[in-house]
Design a protein around this ligand. Structure first.
Ligand SMILES: [Zn+2]
Length: 462
């Protein structure tokens, strides 16, 4: 039998060794994560999806924090928690205290969500705001800073854009889809085609008010009587967008209809177009829209424009979730092997089937845009799974926000998610740090430069 002090000695040694090992592990983990995050912070980001507005596009308002809540994703969580959406004019007239009294309780119930935490990250980065939550006492200071910044938003935007680490944003102006005049110092044009698809089944008859597309056609000297005329005008819009260096076509049709697009023959679509739109059944209206989306894909191949498609969860507080199920697009991927399809948002909550398409089809790309904001933890889990099965030259990142603070927060969030997934993969022995750096560079920049042909488009180095 050994003396007791010997056991004590061995135990002490073991304890010390465990401490060293524990320190080593946690230290390595922190260092790996930090190395990747630091590397990501140096990448000049090509942000493949934004809805940035100039403040005046919302009307004449004096912006405070509540105006930004109103235009952020966080507002949906506030409504979901029982709060209500005041219109922007009402926000101008109420005091900050009155607004807190109306919305503070619901806002506080959202402190756990990713919509909340990515939003606050933008303020931490751009406003040196060091708190974890918005409170009745810190909102007045933030609001006065916002008012100051938004009184000269162009200067504020420029400084923030660069501080956040952006080089270029793809601008989807769904609220102003025919505008081709954008500020090329920050933006690349996206051709938003929702109205073309949805309004092909809404041809005005004599005396009807013209919807957007028909009004625009008239304005540009096109008379639309037949389907052929409609297609000619659509082709004109393609040309016009190409002349303004459009980098891709975008649709978010799942907000209005299902993503299954049947292959409808031209003759069927032509005859349906000739029927008065008011007499079309729902099924007939869908057929003619389906035809048009197929036609748009064919044109996108001809003009070499990737097609961005919203899949999965829908923003706001009430819609048909099933509309955006990624698997509904399968027939398009099979038929159009020369098209470049870019699927958005991780297909959440169908992240697995979304990833499967990126794995199966060389011409299907995955843009994780918005997924980290919808659910940070789902983004970590899903991206880890995607990196298990999809080559890393198939990924992009976008912000999908209306103003610079939220885009900045989204980018911080996106980089943290990617760094977390990659550092864990390194710890598990699945990856080396140099390849992790290459993945970061490609997700936030390199893949977009390549697939959207930015050098050729803009005639400069990227
Ligand atoms: Zn979007």
């Amino acid at each position: 039998m050994k003396p007791a002090y010997s056991n004590f000695f061995v135990l002490t040694i073991l304890l010390c060794l465990s401490c060293v090992l524990f320190y080593q592990c946690t230290h390595d983990q922190r260092t790996t994560y930090q190395n990747i995050k630091d590397f990501a912070d140096e990448v000049k980001v090509i942000n493949t999806h934004e809805h940035q507005h100039w403040p005046e596009e919302y009307g004449d308002h004096t912006f405070c924090l509540y105006h930004l809540f109103h235009e952020s994703y966080l507002m949906s969580d506030i409504v979901s928690a029982g709060g209500y959406r005041l219109d922007l004019d009402a926000l101008d007239t109420l005091s900050l205290d009155a607004l807190w009294d109306s919305l503070g309780e619901a806002l506080n119930y959202t402190r756990n969500t990713s919509y909340y935490s990515h939003f606050i990250k933008g303020f931490q980065k751009l406003y040196d705001f060091n708190e974890l939550y918005f409170t009745k006492t810190n909102i007045p200071f933030l609001s006065s800073e916002i008012e100051k910044n938004y009184s000269d938003y162009r200067t504020w935007f420029d400084a923030s854009f660069h501080k956040a680490g952006f080089e270029l944003m793809f601008l989807d102006q769904y609220w102003n889809p025919f505008n081709t005049e954008i500020d090329e110092r920050y933006y690349a044009l996206v051709f938003h085609i929702n109205p073309l698809v949805m309004q092909v089944s809404n041809r005005p008859s004599a005396g009807d008010e013209f919807s957007q597309v028909y009004e625009k056609a008239l304005e540009e000297g096109f008379t639309i009587n037949e389907l052929e005329d409609y297609l000619e005008f659509c082709d004109h819009l393609f040309q016009k967008n190409l002349d303004h260096k459009a980098v891709c076509v975008k649709n978010s049709l799942a907000y209005s209809r299902s993503l299954d697009f049947e292959d409808v023959p031209y003759e069927v679509a032509r005859d349906l177009f000739n029927k008065p739109s008011a007499n079309l059944t729902g099924e007939e209206a869908k057929k003619i829209q389906d035809f048009l989306f197929h036609w748009i894909i064919q044109k996108s191949i001809e003009y070499d424009l990737p097609i961005q498609i919203h899949t999965g969860y829908l923003a706001g507080n009430g819609n048909v979730l099933d509309n955006g199920k990624p698997v509904k697009l399968n027939n398009l991927f099979l038929k159009y092997r020369d098209a470049k399809f870019v699927l958005f948002h991780g297909g959440y909550p169908w992240t697995g089937e979304y990833a499967a398409f990126g794995k199966m089809f060389p011409n299907v790309y995955l843009d994780i845009v918005w997924l980290p904001q919808i659910s940070r933890e789902e983004a970590v889990h899903a991206l880890d799974e995607m990196f298990d099965c999809v080559p890393y030259n198939k990924f992009f990142w976008g912000g999908d926000c209306a103003f610079i603070e939220e885009s900045t927060g989204s980018l911080e969030f996106g980089k943290e998610v990617v760094a977390e997934v990659l550092s864990k993969r390194i710890e598990r022995g699945l990856l080396t740090e140099d390849i992790a750096f290459d993945i970061v560079q490609r997700v936030f920049r390199g893949n977009a430069v390549e697939v959207f042909k930015l050098k050729e488009k803009f005639g400069r180095e990227f």
